[in-house]
Ligand binder design. Structure first.
Ligand code: ASP
Length: 446
């Protein structure tokens, strides 16, 4: 029996492209109305309507920059206003934003901060959407809080938000912002409405957090490299972290933490193809949700360098590695991987991070550990092959390496994490795309 306590509840977040214009608003409303359970809605600000268009958030930042310099910002301001007017008029929504725009205009003239400026995109979008849907409006600055050092205040947010939600059967809560300790509006980093959605899902104790965007979930590989790459049905949070870190982006990195803690799955869905099931992000995938391919996905990035430190008998020198890494620490350079041999130690870093200190780094390493040689090789690309099914599964690595070897590509580095759910390999940047295609084909083409 479905009671008040156990009836299904979904929190649905819509990205900027899902709310770019009136036609997109109609799709959003149809999706929300299709299921009773979609009771809390978190919108972004209207995004691009076509390639080359400007997102409302970017217009707001530009407008604010002009206002802050004391320059005339009327043209941008009017453009922002016309985006909302077009949506309101086309949908014949009974709402006037006159007073809001007047207040925002005044705030710009009176030196409002850029966070306040940017947040108005979501605020206004939320107001319009709430009237269109017939849902209550909850201003995010009353329910989402940041700490003194600018992090999300989990405890206070969860307490106030969950208490507030109990008083609203159905509501729209704008994404991207909340209130700082001093009461002023503060935003998350760009793309932060994903985090709001996650925070609302946790506070509402939702069964699922649906994140609606313009792709049907995560793909097994970057479609710019692998044409027609298949989508991933189920992915664990851990796999997602690994793929995202290596370049696959659909969701804001920080959006997974609030829901992961309490085990609420995230479903990435496509507003333009609502029948697609999208990708389900879960804590642990059941056996039957393991895909047929043996791996979950492949991602990668270019722009890495290897610092190669060579010294005979290095393996017997206690503290060698610590001293090399200590030098990197002093220069503020994080490292990615540490492939090492008996007499050599490699440190893989982002090339950009050492751009201004290459020679000093080498000099300091020489001083610190007196090696036989130190060299830096650029032009390395890293590829992560990720999959929970690799654990205790014989043969995945062999297939990865063979597929690349068959293309006569030299593998410069191999690293398999102890968690055994990823294999990282390094290849020359010019071999990057081919390597990814080879691995993808190995696991998908029969
Ligand atoms: N509108 C904000 C941005 O463009 C936040 C978001 O869309 O999530 O970054």
């Amino acid at each position: 029996m479905i009671t008040e306590q156990n009836r299904p509840l979904k929190v649905v977040k819509f990205g900027g492209s899902s709310l770019a214009d009136a036609a997109q608003f109609r799709k959003v409303a149809a999706i929300v109305r299709e299921e009773e359970s979609r009771r809390y809605v978190v919108p972004s600000a209207p995004g691009k309507r076509f390639s080359g268009d400007t997102k409302v958030t970017d217009l707001l930042y530009a407008c604010h920059a002009k206002a802050a310099k004391g320059e005339d910002f009327e043209a941008q301001f009017t453009e922002i206003r016309s985006r909302y007017d077009a949506i309101i008029n086309e949908l014949s929504i009974d709402i006037s934003l006159d007073a809001d725009f007047e207040r925002i205009h005044r705030a710009f003239l009176n030196g409002a901060g850029s966070d306040y400026a940017a947040s108005r995109g979501e605020y206004l979008c939320g107001k319009v959407l709430s009237v269109y849907l017939g849902y209550d409006f909850i201003d995010a600055e009353d329910v989402i809080f940041f700490t003194e050092n600018g992090q999300l205040d989990n405890e206070k947010t969860n307490r106030v938000l969950s208490e507030t939600l109990t008083r609203h059967e159905r509501a729209v809560i704008p994404g991207f912002y909340g209130a700082a300790v001093n009461g002023k509006v503060k935003t998350f980093s760009r793309g932060g409405s994903d985090i709001t959605g996650s925070v609302v899902a946790r506070a509402a104790e939702a069964d699922i957090y649906e994140n609606w965007t313009d792709v049907s979930g995560f793909l097994m590989a970057d479609p710019r490299i692998v044409e027609g790459a298949r989508s991933i049905d189920f992915i664990t949070y851990t796999e997602l972290r690994e793929l995202s870190y290596m370049g696959a982006t659909v969701l804001h990195e920080d959006a997974i933490f609030p829901v992961r803690e309490v085990g609420i799955p995230i479903n990435i869905r496509n507003t333009n193809r609502p029948a697609d099931r999208g990708t389900m992000i879960v804590l642990e995938a059941a056996e039957q949700h393991n895909g047929e391919h043996g791996i979950t996905g492949i991602a990668g990035k270019k722009g890495f360098s290897v610092i190669d430190v060579h010294k005979d008998m290095m393996n017997a020198e206690v503290g060698f590695g610590r001293r090399v890494l200590g030098v990197l620490e002093r220069f503020g350079v994080p490292f990615e991987h540490l492939p090492s041999g008996i007499d050599s130690m490699g440190v893989v870093v982002h090339t950009a991070y050492i751009a201004n200190c290459r020679e000093e780094l080498k000099r300091e390493i020489c001083k610190e550990v007196d090696p036989d040689s130190v060299s830096i090789t650029d032009g390395l690309a890293l590829i992560a092959v990720v999959g929970r099914q690799m654990i205790n599964n014989v043969g995945t690595a062999a297939r990865v390496f063979l597929s690349i070897a068959n293309a006569k590509i030299n593998i410069r580095l191999i690293d398999q994490g102890l968690s055994e759910n990823n294999i990282i390999l390094g290849v020359a940047e010019e071999d990057f795309e081919v390597s990814i295609r080879r691995i993808y084909n190995e696991f998908t083409v029969r």
